[in-house]
Design a protein around this ligand. Structure first.
Ligand SMILES: Cc1cc2ncn([C@H]3O[C@H](COP(=O)(O)O)[C@@H](O)[C@H]3O)c2cc1C
Ligand SMILES: O=C(O)c1cccnc1
Length: 349
């Protein structure tokens, strides 16, 4: 039997605490009442600490990655849309016409979509399938999502993609998702990570009706019962309940943190990935900011557990990184305010 590679044993670096303290001191000294920029001040201090400079320039080389995959459960009525939409949306990202494409263009963000486990042949799209692990992932209520080897392959693929984006010059990363049915394994991973019952985590995803919501909850309940104690280990949790695209997201987040490149997070899928990543390698969350609060209960629970306060709360429930991309101008404003505002003490009396 092949032995599993072990995670990198070195602790993760943390964003610079002295720079964060310097940023807080400068924020207090700016030409405004103390604390008047509210949570924008926290965001500015976080960005500065991640950049290792006070003040730091705002994010300029932002790169977004959408990890796409299908899910065995999508054959079974957990989504309001059919599985075929996943491949169609991958083509829409490549054509530059998806929601995330519009926002990425607006905010000058490089957008890349990768097929980790789409249940279609996308080889005609240059580079899109270069990290493909398999077609679809297992139906988690009946079988493991992945083999152990596939989980490690997906973790490695995500880490490699993050490294490629860092090498391309990213000063900020955005992580997005695309995959019909993916809010089901995401909810299962959050439930398993928090020890919460299915009823607390399952949401309506693309907009399922009450009957499908009850069915989706039963699917997650069965998945959690089937996986049992194995979920105590984060890699086993991904093997049993995740998918290739979700496991790649975990690898991506750990690698971004190790490279000291911060990540602006999106909805329920990236938050589920972060919960697992934090278990795998404590300290990842310090490099992450939450772009928005999604309508999915699992995302809210994950934010709470991780101590993240989202920038926006607009009722978004699209995924693709759209919540993060919508929040990006606020982060840019935060960095500019910290860098360019006068100090109160320097104003003429
Ligand atoms: C046209 C379309 C575009 C999307 N873009 C993101 N999602 C989002 O919805 C899906 C998850 O919800 P559920 O678990 O209910 O299927 C994922 O594909 C997610 O990325 C979309 C969904 C659709 C239909
Ligand atoms: O929280 C999200 O990102 C989300 C919600 C519903 C469907 N797709 C994604």
């Amino acid at each position: 039997m092949p032995t599993a590679p072990s995670p990198d044993p070195r602790p993760l670096p943390a964003p610079d605490p002295e720079v964060r303290a310097a940023a807080r001191t400068r924020l207090d000294a700016l030409a405004k009442p103390l604390g008047a920029l509210g949570r924008v001040e926290e965001l500015a201090a976080w960005w500065s600490a991640c950049a290792g400079r006070c003040p730091a320039d705002p994010p300029a080389a932002v790169r977004a990655v959408i990890l796409a995959g299908d899910h065995g459960v999508s054959a079974d009525g957990v989504s309001a849309y059919p599985r075929e939409v996943t491949a169609a949306m991958v083509r829409a990202f490549v054509a530059g016409v998806a929601g995330a494409s519009v926002l990425a263009r607006q905010h000058d963000v490089a957008l890349r979509v990768l097929d980790l486990a789409v249940d279609a042949d996308l080889d005609d799209l240059p580079g899109v399938a270069e990290h493909k692990v398999r077609r679809s992932s297992g139906a988690v209520d009946r079988e493991d999502a992945l083999t152990a080897a596939q989980t490690w392959a997906a973790l490695d693929a995500g880490a490699l993609v993050a490294a490629e984006e860092v090498a391309a010059g990213a000063d900020l990363l955005v992580l997005g998702d695309m995959g019909i049915g993916n809010t089901t394994p995401a909810a299962a991973l959050v439930a398993a990570s928090l020890g919460a019952p299915a009823e607390q985590v399952v949401g309506r995803g693309t907009g399922v009706d009450d009957a499908r919501l009850a069915h989706k909850t039963a699917v997650v309940t069965r998945a959690l019962a089937r996986a049992g104690d194995r979920v105590g280990d984060p890699v086993e949790r991904l093997t049993a309940l995740g998918s290739a695209d979700l496991a790649a997201g975990v690898g991506f987040l750990v690698a971004a943190a190790r490279a000291r490149v911060p990540v602006l997070l999106d909805g329920v899928v990236p938050l589920a990935e972060l919960l697992v990543a934090e278990d795998l390698q404590p300290g990842v969350v310090a490099w992450c900011a939450a772009g928005h609060r999604s309508t999915e209960p699992a995302q809210r629970l994950a934010l709470e557990k991780l101590g993240l306060e989202p920038v926006l709360d607009l009722g978004l429930r699209l995924g693709e990184g759209t919540g993060a991309l919508t929040a990006l101008p606020v982060l840019r404003s935060a960095a500019l305010l910290l860098r360019d505002m006068a100090l109160l003490a320097d104003l003429a009396p």
